[in-house]
Design a protein around this ligand. Structure first.
Ligand SMILES: Nc1nc2c(ncn2[C@@H]2O[C@H](COP(=O)(O)OP(=O)(O)OP(=O)(O)O)[C@@H](O)[C@H]2O)c(=O)[nH]1
Ligand SMILES: [Mg+2]
Length: 701
C-alpha cells in the first residue's frame, strides 16, 4: 500500500535505523502504530506532534503553535486561539513503522473529540508539563484511556522551563494516575541548560545541540552514579513483574538492554507499568527517543484484542483476508467533499468498493481513499486491517457507524457521546439566513455528536447545546466562517435534569383504544423509584411479572416505552435520570395487544406515574481548579463562595501561587474567565471538568 509520500532526509537523526516510505509500505500490520497524543490543555501535544512530523520528514519546517503555523492545528480558529479544537490525524513513517498519530485537544469542552479518538487508537502518549505536573484534564484523559484499555507511555515535556522537575512529575503520576511509573531517562542539565537525557535502557547519553541535532555519547561522569543507581532500580522493578526478566536477573544479577526493552513492552501493553520519558518539544529535545519508545513499547493492531460486535456475538481479527470491518469515528467537511474517517479492524478496502453502513442500512460507495496529513491528503488504492484512513463517497454515514462487507454485516460499538450541559438560543442575524443557519448547524452536529440542535418547545427558538461556553462559541464562529451566516446567540443556560424525590408503588395504567379495525390494549402495573445513590446509569428496568401474564416481547416493549417517557420529565421537559422501574403485573387482550400497544402504554403510564411522584431538578456541577497569585486568594475564595461553590482544597502552587479546588454549579461559571482575569490582573487561570449533577436550588414560589 502506498502511504503518504515521505522523502526521508539523508540527515535523518535519531537512534533508529533508516525511515522511509518503502519500509513503511512493505511492512505489515505489525509495523503499524495507531497512537493518540493526550494531555491537559497547553502541555505541548501539538508541539510534540509538530516535531514528530518534522523528524519523520513529513514536513520540512517546524511550525509553532504561537505563530499559527503547525500542521495539526490547521483550522483558522485553532490558529487564532492557539489551542487544538479538532482531533487531527497524521500519518508518518519512523524506523520502518507507519505511525498514524492523532493530536487531540486538551480543553475539556472538546473532550468528546478525545473520546472518539480513543475508541480507535491502540496506544497513547500522555504528555505532561514538567512544571505543572499532573493537571486536572490530564487526569481526565488518562481515565478515559484507561476505560478504553489503551496502553500509555508518558512524556514529561517542557524540561527547559524554570521550575521543571522530572522527579516531581513522576511522583505526581504515581500519586494520581498509576502506581508504577518507570522513568527511563535522567535529564542532563536543567531548565535553560537542559541539553539531553541519559537513556537508562541503552546506558548512553543523548544530547541535542542548538539546532536540534542529536548526538549519542557515553553517560557524563557527573551523572554516572545516579544513572547506575536508577538503572538498577529499573531492573529490579521490571524483574519483579516480568518472569523472564526475573530469570535473567537471578542468573546474571543484571538485565541486558534487549531483555529490558522486551519486558517493558510486555508490561506497557498489559498496563502494569508506565514508561516515562522526558524532553523539551519546543527546543527539539527528546523526540527521537519518544518515537523509538512508541514503536518499541506501544502495541500494533495485532497486539490488541480482536474486535467484537456490539452484541459480542461476532469477532473479527486484524486480518486483511477477513470480511471488511471498519468504524467511522469522525466525519468532516473538507474542500474535497465530505470525509469519513475510518479505522479498519479487519479486511481490505479497495477504492471504488461498495460497502454496507449497518447504522443506516444503506450501501455506500467508497470513491476515494485518502491517507491523511491533517488538512492535506494523499490518495491510495487500498487500505487494510489496522489502518486509519479517510474516504470520500459515503453520503449518509454518521460518526459511530460501522462500514462493512455487505455479505458479512456487523455492528461495532459506537463511541459514547457526552451529554450536552450548556444551551444557547441561536438565530440568524438576517431573517433570510434562517434556513442556511439551520442547515449549517445540522451539518455541524453531524460532525460533532456532542453538539445538539433542537427547537425550544415553549419559545419556538432554535437552540444549540454543547459541552461548554467555548464549545458553543467555536461552533457559532465556525458557522460564520464556513457558511457565511452571522448568528445572534442568547445567554447560555445549563441543561437541567429531573430526578425522583419519592416514587410510587403499584401504579396502574390501562391503555385501551377501539377506533375501528384492530384496537390497542395494554394493562400495566409499575413500581417507580429513585435509583439508590451511587448507582451507575440513568435507568434500571426489571420485570417481576410471573405466569406469562405479559409475554417477553411485550416486556421489552415496556422497557422501550419507559425510555421514551424519560426523555421529557414533568417539571420542565428535561431528561429524567436515576429512575428504577419495575413491571410488577399486567394483562393482555387476545386480539388487541401488540408491542406497539405496550410501548405506548409504558410511555403514557410512566409519564403519569412521574407526574404523581415527587420530583426535583438537578443542575450540572463542575470541578474547578483555579491557580491564582497568593495575594488574590482571598477575593477568589470569596467569589467562589458567592457562586455557590464548595472549596475542597487549597494548596500552594509553584512560585507565589495557590491552587484552589472547588465544586461549583456550572450555571454560576458563565463569564467566570473574565471575572477571574479582572480580580487577579490577568494572572489567574482556571480549568473545569464535568462533575455530575446535584439538586438545583428551588426557585422562589
Ligand atoms: N518552554 C516550552 N514551551 C513549550 C514546550 N512545548 C510546547 N511549549 C509551548 O506551550 C504552549 C502550548 O503548546 P501546544 O503544543 O499548543 O499545547 P497543546 O497541548 O497542543 O495544547 P491544546 O491543544 O490547546 O490542548 C505553546 O506556546 C508552545 O510553544 C516546551 O518543551 N518548552
Ligand atoms: Mg494542541
Amino acid at each position: 500500500m502506498r502511504t503518504h509520500t515521505t522523502t526521508t532526509r539523508s540527515t535523518t537523526r535519531g537512534t533508529t535505523t533508516a525511515t522511509g516510505t518503502t519500509a513503511a509500505a512493505t511492512a505489515g500490520i505489525a509495523a503499524v502504530r495507531n497512537l493518540g497524543i493526550l494531555a491537559h490543555v497547553d502541555a505541548g501535544k501539538t508541539t510534540v506532534t509538530e516535531r514528530i512530523l518534522y523528524l519523520t520528514g513529513t514536513t520540512h519546517k517546524r511550525g509553532e503553535v504561537h505563530d499559527g503555523t503547525t500542521v495539526t492545528d490547521f483550522d483558522p480558529q485553532e490558529r487564532d486561539r492557539g489551542i487544538t479544537i479538532f482531533a487531527a490525524a497524521v500519518s508518518c513513517a519512523w524506523a520502518g513503522h507507519r505511525i498514524n498519530l492523532i493530536d487531540t485537544p486538551g480543553h475539556v469542552d472538546f473532550a468528546d473529540e478525545v473520546e472518539r479518538s480513543l475508541r480507535v487508537l491502540d496506544g497513547a502518549v500522555a504528555v505532561f508539563d514538567a512544571v505543572a505536573g499532573v493537571e486536572p484534564q490530564s487526569e481526565s484523559v488518562w481515565r478515559q484511556a484507561e476505560r478504553h484499555g489503551v496502553p500509555r507511555i508518558a512524556f514529561v515535556n517542557k524540561l527547559d522551563r524554570a521550575g521543571a522537575d522530572l522527579d516531581a512529575a513522576v511522583a505526581a503520576i504515581r500519586e494520581r494516575l498509576h502506581p508504577r511509573p518507570l522513568a527511563v531517562h535522567v535529564p542532563i542539565g536543567a531548565e535553560e541548560s537542559f541539553t539531553g537525557v541519559v537513556d537508562l535502557v541503552g546506558q548512553r547519553a543523548l544530547t541535542w545541540d542548538e539546532d536540534g541535532t542529536l548526538h549519542e555519547g557515553p553517560v557524563p561522569a557527573s551523572l554516572e552514579a545516579v544513572a547506575a543507581e536508577r538503572r538498577r532500580a529499573l531492573e529490579e522493578a521490571v524483574a519483579e513483574l516480568h518472569p523472564e526478566a526475573l530469570e535473567e536477573f537471578c542468573a546474571r544479577a543484571t538485565l541486558g538492554a534487549d531483555t529490558l526493552t522486551a519486558a517493558l513492552r510486555d508490561l506497557t501493553r498489559t498496563g502494569e507499568v508506565v514508561v516515562v520519558l522526558c524532553g523539551s518539544a519546543y527546543r527539539n529535545r527528546g523526540i527521537e527517543p519518544l518515537l523509538d519508545a512508541a514503536v518499541a513499547y506501544l502495541p500494533s493492531p495485532l497486539d490488541v484484542p480482536p474486535t467484537r460486535s456490539a452484541d459480542r456475538a461476532q469477532q473479527r481479527d486484524p486480518d486483511p483476508e477477513q470480511p471488511l470491518t471498519a468504524l467511522a469515528f469522525k466525519v468532516t467537511s473538507a474542500p474535497t467533499g465530505r470525509l469519513t474517517h475510518l479505522r479498519l479492524y479487519a479486511g481490505t478496502l479497495h477504492k471504488g468498493a461498495t460497502v454496507l453502513d449497518t447504522a443506516t442500512g444503506r450501501r455506500e460507495r467508497v470513491a476515494r481513499i485518502l491517507t491523511v496529513l491533517a488538512d492535506r491528503h494523499t490518495e491510495t488504492d487500498t487500505a487494510r486491517a489496522g489502518d486509519i484512513v479517510a474516504v470520500v463517497g459515503p453520503k449518509h454515514t454518521r460518526v459511530g457507524a460501522t462500514l462493512c462487507d455487505a455479505d458479512h454485516p456487523i455492528v461495532l460499538e459506537a463511541p459514547v457521546s457526552a451529554e450536552p450541559v450548556v444551551t444557547v438560543a441561536v438565530e440568524a442575524r438576517r431573517a433570510a439566513d434562517t434556513d442556511k443557519l439551520a442547515a449549517a448547524l445540522a451539518r455541524l452536529a453531524e460532525e460533532d455528536p456532542s453538539l445538539r440542535v433542537a427547537t425550544d418547545p415553549e419559545t419556538g427558538q432554535r437552540t444549540l447545546s454543547g459541552l461548554g461556553e467555548l464549545h458553543l462559541e467555536v461552533a457559532v464562529e465556525k458557522v460564520r466562517r464556513d457558511a457565511g451566516v452571522e448568528a445572534v446567540v442568547g445567554r447560555p443556560r445549563v441543561a437541567l435534569r429531573e430526578a425522583l424525590t419519592e416514587g410510587v408503588t403499584g401504579f396502574t395504567y390501562r391503555h385501551a383504544k377501539q377506533d375501528g379495525g384492530a384496537g390497542q390494549f395494554a394493562h400495566l402495573v409499575l413500581d417507580v423509584h429513585p435509583l439508590p445513590a451511587g448507582t451507575e446509569g440513568e435507568f434500571a428496568f426489571t420485570s417481576t411479572v410471573t405466569g406469562g401474564r405479559v409475554p417477553r416481547e411485550y416486556v421489552q416493549a415496556v422497557e422501550a416505552g419507559c425510555r421514551d417517557a424519560l426523555a421529557e420529565g414533568p417539571l420542565g421537559g428535561h431528561p429524567v435520570t436515576g429512575v428504577a422501574v419495575t413491571l410488577t403485573d399486567g394483562a393482555t387482550h387476545p386480539k388487541d395487544s401488540s408491542e406497539l400497544a405496550f410501548r405506548t402504554a409504558a410511555r403514557l403510564g410512566l409519564r403519569e406515574a412521574l407526574r404523581a411522584s415527587r420530583m426535583h431538578l438537578l443542575e450540572p456541577l463542575a470541578e474547578v481548579s483555579v491557580t491564582v497569585p497568593e495575594d488574590a486568594l482571598g477575593t477568589v475564595l470569596g467569589d467562589l463562595a458567592a457562586r455557590r461553590g464548595h472549596v475542597r482544597s487549597t494548596e500552594p502552587g509553584h512560585g507565589a501561587t495557590a491552587r484552589v479546588g472547588a465544586l461549583v454549579p456550572l450555571a454560576e461559571l458563565f463569564g467566570y474567565a473574565g471575572r477571574l482575569r479582572g480580580r487577579t490582573q490577568g494572572r489567574g487561570t482556571f480549568t473545569t471538568r464535568p462533575a455530575g449533577y446535584a439538586p438545583a436550588p428551588t426557585p422562589a414560589g
